[in-house]
Design a protein around this ligand. Sequence first.
Ligand SMILES: *Cc1c(COP(=O)(O)O)cnc(C)c1O
Length: 227
Amino acid sequence: MPFQDLPARLAEVRQRIEAARSRGGRGQSVTIVAVTKTYGAEAPLAAFAAGVKDVGENKVQEAVTKMHDVSAPLRWHLIGHLQRNKVKQLDGFHLVHSIDSPRLADAVASFGVGRKMDVDVLLQANVSGEGTKGGYEPASLEGEAERILQLQGLCVRGVMTMAPFGANEVVLRRVFAGARAAADVLKRAGHPAVELSMGMSGDYEVAVEEGATLVRLGTVLFGARAG
Ligand SMILES: *Cc1c(COP(=O)(O)O)cnc(C)c1O
């Protein structure tokens, strides 16, 4: 059976999340998004069998293929960069974490208007300032929050961020607290920005202490990815 140690891994992760939640004292609930990228349909199936309801993929086409192969009632999250010409493939996604530019926000809003619905999204904030990471500069979010409020077809549910890989705890806390501040900016502008998608296998405990409501976990659940 593939991923046969997933239930045990999940149990340990859940315990660690609970401990971090009580250390952080923010009282938020935390949802695990099991990141199944690079694995076949057996990964989301194993996650569902183990009690996970949310799965994440970083490429839209790979996600759509798996959605078609897996009939379990999972919520599919898009967590990677989305090209504007692929926005029309967003049917069936529960939440798009990776709105990283005004032009992409506009394209997703048009898609939503065409579907007569609001697409639930997070704005990706580049808090660390790393050039290799996409997303909004925190300083640009106030203006963008005002602008997006005028758009139909899009609902901003919060902020996503990625910390620098292998960063020390001081840097992690600065990045995650910066994402929390970014969500506060969105809330003040009037968005229902209660979600904070932050924390991956290497840093989710600190992220939860800092208020994460969604943690995106791949390796710690499924083992190292090939390639
Ligand atoms: C792959 C990926 C993850 C999961 O990474 P792990 O370190 O394996 O937990 C989380 N977020 C994004 C955006 C990813 O692309």
